[in-house]
Design a protein around this ligand. Structure first.
Ligand code: KIV
Length: 271
């Protein structure tokens, strides 16, 4: 019998057991109550209140502008909706880099003001002190390596990371460092599948991939992308399960036409 189907609440401990038993972990983003309600009801294991809210909710080009207060608003809405999934919240850009005391105070604000279960941070050795300080307060930390969107201006492009040996070596070292420091899981974004598989087999903690192939312990996608609400973003790793942009456009056009033709509301829809 699988571990995750029987549990009332997914914890970091459950995720660890899923890795041990070779059960894949399914993770999606959510930023609001209604979407979180649907994906928790559907049985998702982990909900990430990602700083991708900056793109899909606020329309920014990058994840850099979103603030800690805005992340707290999104995370609180998600927490109110969820019964079962583990809820992980991104520490936004500027709330932890280069200052471990600031990092701890940002993580504490997220945990205290939202009721979420864990935080996620981008980076390896350069954020070690912050990860240690946050873990020392009893806050579970998920790492994030590979393409780290908060560093997009350093990379200059969203192409696949760690294709060269030097960057791949650093990524493997950073993954071990994050595990040794005490992270409960790591997201690997947009790196070669072979490298991701190697990290997953070397590490005991779950490795969740996005554009990192199938040899990892779980997958994460941005929910607006996989439902086809967003249109502009079409990377090779994205599988679209729906074209909600088109379906919603059709529904809104039907409504407009019904209002204009006086078909809506009819007698049954009136008091
Ligand atoms: O913010 C986000 O949605 C993420 C995922 C892409 C992993 O970090």
């Amino acid at each position: 019998m699988s571990v995750h189907k029987n549990v009332k609440k997914i914890t970091t401990h459950v995720l660890h057991k899923m890795k041990l038993r070779g059960e894949k972990i399914a993770m999606l983003t959510a930023y609001d109550y209604s979407m979180a309600r649907i994906i928790d009801h559907a049985g998702i294991d982990v909900i990430l209140v990602g700083d991708s809210a900056s793109n899909v909710m606020a329309g920014h080009e990058t994840t850099l502008p979103i603030t800690l207060d805005e992340m707290i608003y999104h995370a609180s809405s998600v927490v109110r909706a969820v019964d079962r999934a583990l809820i992980v919240v991104d520490l936004p850009f500027g709330s932890y880099q280069g200052n471990s005391k600031l990092a701890l105070s940002s993580a504490i604000r997220i945990m205290k003001e939202t009721g979420a279960h864990a935080i996620k941070m981008e980076g390896g050795s350069e954020i070690r002190e912050s990860v240690e300080r946050i873990l020392s307060a009893g806050i579970p930390v998920m790492g994030h390596l590979g393409l780290t969107p908060q560093a997009i201006h350093k990379f200059g492009t969203y192409v696949v990371r760690a294709k060269e040996e030097e960057e791949a070596k650093k990524l493997i070292e950073d993954a071990h460092l994050l595990q040794d420091t005490g992270c409960f899981a790591i997201v690997l974004e947009k790196i070669p599948a072979g490298l991701a598989g190697q990290v997953s087999s070397e590490l005991d903690i779950p490795i969740i991939g996005i554009g990192a192939g199938c040899k990892v312990d779980g997958q994460v996608l941005v929910v607006h992308d996989m439902l086809g609400i967003t249109q502009e973003f079409s990377p090779r790793f994205l599988r679209r399960y729906h074209n909600l942009f088109e379906e919603m456009t059709n529904s809104v056009q039907s409504y407009i036409s019904d209002v204009r033709s006086r078909d809506f509301p009819n007698k049954e829809e009136s008091y």
